[in-house]
Structures are given as structure tokens and as C-alpha cells.
Design a protein around this ligand. Sequence first.
Ligand code: DO4
Length: 312
Amino acid sequence: MQTREIPRGILGFPVTPMNDDLSIDYVAFQRNVEFLIENGLESVFIACGAGELHAIDNEEYEQLIIKAKEVVNGRVPIYTGVGGNITAALQQTKLSAKHQVDGYLILPPYLIEPSQDGIYEYVKTIAESTELNAIVYQRDNCTLTVDTLKKLAEIPQLKGFKDGVGNIEVNVEFTQALGDRFVWINGMPLAEVTMPTYVHIGYDTYSSAISNYIPYVSKQYFEALQNGDKQKVSEIYEDIIFPIHNIRRQKKGYAVSLIKAGMQIVGLPVSTNVRPPIAPVEPEHYEALKAIIAKAEEKYGNLKGDGSYVSN
Ligand SMILES: O=CCCC(=O)C(=O)O
């Protein structure tokens, strides 16, 4: 049984860059992964929601794993996304195990709103399909009760719980009932927005979309949270986090397309191309994000994790 702990702290979620014909740009993907690592991210979760798992086929999925392993070269853990369709999910776990990634994030089932015993079987079947570490991602069609999560806690491969629902009362029940059985991960839309709450109920880890283009902001924000520096948290929240969140909620799909826009704005070789049903960012939202990023770079510096400057 694999004993490796799952990643903690700020989790990197690269996108899947695309060419104008919507084929995958693997060179840009590798640059995205490298950018995250050179800026201090200590894990990468590829082909998840941010990576448009819902829109890639198994051949592309396997190539993303191969390309990620090539550039990561053992420096940080690589996790994949699996889920949606149970048959596809089991093919994805097997590809993940074949290429010896470190684990996978189990994304919700597609279309069907399942019963709790149905969700339990869905997560159990996927988690037990390999010996890799598994993290269950609660959101949309995968909303768990405490009883279901307690039953899932009996599965040794399952090591983390990622919340994308945001019900604080239930999250407290989860963490009180299961304590350190799981690593508790904030997976809310733009998780930095709600992290000031989550850190007080046992969540010490979160998925960071903005780390794909302003990693130094999320790093400074999280350090301020951990140090109890309320003034700095509030300043970064007002200057950067809330303004980006405010754009992000203007249009469905911005969870992905806004990341690609941010990456292009900071000079990474990533186009804003996305596969339907995600739509590209509107010009006025692109310009608004550009202004926020300019403020971020001016006020918070585009420092890398080691204090040197990022190389785009
Ligand atoms: O955008 C940050 C991470 C979102 C996520 O959980 C995913 O990509 O699946």
C-alpha cells in the first residue's frame, strides 16, 4: 500500500493550453507546469477541472501525463483528474497507475444526480481501482453526507477530501467527525476568497487557480493567513482576490478561461483558446483582469517562491 502523504499547502492546477485548432499545445502545457514549480508550487494536479478533463480524450490524457512527468522529473508529486463517466474514470486511473503518477482527484459523476449509496459506490469503485492515493472532490453531483464520508473513510487509498460546495456547517461536522483521517482541501471557486474561513475549521490546503499567473500573490496571502496578519490578508483580498473573483463570477466557465487569460497577460505562451462548452473571456473582462494583474505586479512584486523574480 502506498504510504506517501498527499500534497498540502497551495496546490498547483495547470490548464490544458490549446492551439487555434483546439488541439493541445503540449509545449505550452510543459511551460505552465514548469512555471508553477519554479514559483514554489509543491504539487501539480493535471487534467482536472482547470485542465478541462471533461473535454479531452484518453490519448490526450495519457500524453499530458507523459509530458508532465518529463518536465517535472520527480521534483514534485503529480496528481491527475479522474471522473465524470465511471467507465472513463477507470480508464484514467489505469493510465495514471501505468505512468506511476502519485495519485488522482476524483471529480463528480456527470449528468446523473445520484443517491448517497450511488455516490459511495462511484467513489469506492474509482478509489479501489488502483493503489494510488485518491482525493474525493465534493461539488455538483457529488455532495456527501457525514455518514457517506465516514463509510468512504474505510477505503485506505482515499486520503483527501476537497470541498467545492461551501457549506461551513457540514464542513465542521466532517472535520470534527473525521479529524486527521483526511487532508482537508478548500476547492471552492477561487479558494483564496473563502480560505480565511476554512483555515479555522481544519483546512490547511487549497487549490489555487491564480497561481498559474500570479503565484506570488497567493503565496503572500496564504502566509499572511497563517501568520494571522489580518491587515495584509485584507489588503490582498481588496486589491486582488475579490476583484478577480468579481470578474470570475460574471460568466459560466470563467473558472478555466480566466486562468488562460491571466497566463497570457503575464506573458506565458498560453492562448485563451478553450474547448466548448467553456467560452473564451470577454474583451472587457480580459482588460479588467489585465489592470488587476498590473496592480499585483506593482504592489506585490512578481517574486518567485525563492524570492527571485519569475522568468515568464
Ligand atoms: O482552479 C483551481 C482548481 C480547481 C479544481 O479543483 C480543478 O481544476 O478540478
